[in-house]
Design a protein around this ligand. Structure first.
Ligand code: SF4
Length: 219
């Protein structure tokens, strides 16, 4: 199984040029907001919402003191804006009360940092992992819905797997320095080739080892 998982990770990672620097251009709070906004929406919607958010708000304090309506208006393109705005303001207020704010969390070891972040409303283990990966190159390989689907179709994940077990399975074969690229490349692969509907199996370099080609419109 490990050889199989590695072949998938390596093949997909080699398919895409990924701009890893794009995260490093963002400040930590901005990154956290972007990761929360990315829940259940497209990358393009997050980009539009972040442009508006950055035009309106300068820092955590600004967000913590804002009226909910202002945050909702700023992030509207990202969808489910009422819930996301309430969570973002609540997190901003929590961070303001925390000595050292988000920077202090980023200095903590991974299990502790992840636990603190996951205790905030709207930040589950996946959001915490994506944030830590992007904000400080934490060598984790977060699992999103694309990655779950790909791994199920390729026989790596089964019905017993959950977020943690699949993450550990992929991390076990992926060297730490390759995990961020693997995460981002797998998402690209899920968006462009192994799509939820009508996967492009005829263009897939993993077709010969794919156990589940059900749903392929062009097998
Ligand atoms: S063959 Fe089709 S279903 Fe299988 S991994 Fe490739 S795109 Fe996905």
């Amino acid at each position: 199984m490990e050889d199989r998982v590695w072949r998938i990770i390596k093949t997909v990672s080699d398919m895409y040029e990924i701009d890893l620097e794009r995260f490093r251009r963002r400040r930590p709070f901005e990154l956290l907001v972007a990761v929360i906004l990315s829940q259940r929406t497209s990358r393009e919607n997050v980009r539009k919402a972040m442009e508006r958010f950055n035009r309106r708000f300068r820092d955590v304090e600004d967000v913590a003191n804002a009226r909910l309506r202002e945050i909702e208006d700023a992030i509207r393109p990202a969808g489910i804006w009422r819930m996301k705005a309430a969570r973002i303001r609540k997190i901003a207020r929590q961070l303001l009360k925390l000595e050292g704010g988000l920077d202090s969390i980023l200095k903590k070891p991974y299990p502790e940092a992840r636990k603190i972040l996951s205790s905030m409303e709207g930040v589950g283990p996946k959001t915490a992992d994506v944030f830590l990966m992007a904000a400080r190159d934490e060598p984790v390989l977060p699992i999103d819905t694309h990655i779950f689907r790909i791994m199920r179709r390729l026989g790596v994940a089964d019905e017993r797997d959950d977020y943690e077990s699949l993450r550990l399975k992929l991390e076990a074969v992926t060297p730490p320095h390759m995990r961020m690229k693997a995460h981002l490349a797998l998402i690209e692969f899920g968006r462009n080739i192994c799509r939820a509907r009508n996967p492009k199996c005829s263009q897939c370099p993993l077709a010969e080892i794919c156990l589940s080609r059900e749903g392929c419109s062009n097998p």
